[in-house]
Design a protein around this ligand. Structure first.
Ligand code: MG
Length: 353
């Protein structure tokens, strides 16, 4: 069988004549001969196998430079190289897929990074009337609300501050809402390590931590200890967190009433906190925020001394901005004697105007 014209060869191998000219220029598939008069490229039938392999490698999207290498390999080595190439393609596609879903979320307002709710917040953190130090810490931004209550003693204030600081990098994270909880869990583990590093031979600092990380309308809640998160929605106040205290465990077992717990001598005893036990165990939850929601994060300096009904009334005051609500809550704590440090964050979710 003689030489094939480029047209006949192209039809036989499934490549176009234009592609064959390109592969010649790239040294990928030079013709067997070039007609000296017409300049036409001519191919050996024996080149068909290589041409078909190139066509199939193009079909899976392999770049020409890689095809040049792979098409010269022994079959076993080529098979291995193709497998490695495809694993890389799959990994790249997974990364691009995540970025694409992030973009879709943003543009469609399901927003992990684009805000489809506004947030307005106010914070207060007071030592109270009895304590001469303040181990509570509080933080609020468009994306992160946090309160932490460091136990009295050396390192308490540093522990509560460190706990919140460990969450701060998440404010800048560009991640789908579904990743928020894992990110928070990692951040809490980091915070726990930092708190433990503050230990001395005699004393291990301990702190609570309650925080909300927002991505668009998704709210990731992390909680450990007896700081609390509340939600006022539609006029009803709901406590979003369970206290990790000894008395709460007695209430859960039905051996103690709420009224008894409030005056129990071991009321402040925590069963979970950063810096206690073998490792920290935080409660994590993903919630959806709605325009009109009002969130309160507070330390036990408020919740242990001010009646829940009074907290609810202060939060529900019509037309009250977060600054006024926080001011009113602090006044209530002082009216109750403010025996402990008291920290509050009030944050309102509103529609984008
Ligand atoms: Mg306290």
């Amino acid at each position: 069988m003689g030489l094939l014209t480029i047209g006949a060869f192209a039809r036989a191998c499934g490549l176009t004549a234009k592609a064959l000219r390109l592969y010649d220029e790239m040294g990928l598939l030079p013709p067997a001969a070039v007609d000296p008069e017409s300049g036409y490229r001519l191919y050996e039938p024996a080149q068909l196998d290589r041409a078909r392999l190139i066509a199939r490698l193009r079909g899976i999207g392999m770049p020409l430079a890689e095809i040049r290498d792979v098409s010269r390999m022994e079959p076993a080595a080529a098979a291995e190289a193709i497998g490695a190439y495809w694993r890389q393609v799959t990994a790249d596609a997974a990364v691009r897929g995540r970025l694409a879903s992030l973009l879709v979320d943003d543009l469609s307002g399901r927003g992990s990074t684009m805000t489809n709710l506004t947030i307005r917040h106010a914070v207060r953190c007071d030592a109270g009337t009895v304590r001469d130090t303040n181990e509570d810490a509080v933080y609020a931004s468009d994306r992160l609300l946090a309160v932490a209550d460091g136990m009295r003693g050396p390192g308490g204030a540093a522990a509560s501050t460190a706990a919140i600081d460990a969450l701060r990098p998440l404010e800048l994270a560009q991640a789908p809402a579904t990743d928020l909880l894992a990110m928070l869990a990692d951040a809490v583990a980091r915070a726990d390590s930092v708190v433990r590093e503050g230990a001395t031979a005699e004393h291990q600092p301990v702190t609570t931590l309650t925080a909300i990380l927002r991505a668009g309308s998704r709210l990731a809640l992390v909680h450990v200890g007896d700081t609390r998160a509340y939600l006022l929605r539609g006029g009803d106040l709901v406590q979003l967190t369970q206290d990790h205290t000894y008395v709460q465990s007695l209430i859960d077992r039905g051996t103690l009433s709420h009224a008894q717990a409030a005056v129990h001598p071991q009321r402040p005893l925590l069963v979970r906190a950063l810096g206690t036990g073998d490792h920290v165990e935080a409660d994590l939850a993903l919630r959806t925020g709605l325009a009109g929601d009002r969130y309160l994060l507070c330390s036990d300096g408020l919740s242990a001394y001010v009646d829940r009904a009074d907290i609810e009334a202060a939060l529900a005051e019509p037309g009250g901005a977060p600054e006024q609500a926080v001011q009113r809550l602090i006044e209530l704590a002082y009216a109750a004697g403010a025996p402990d440090n008291v920290a509050c964050v009030v944050a309102d979710l509103g529609p984008v105007s």
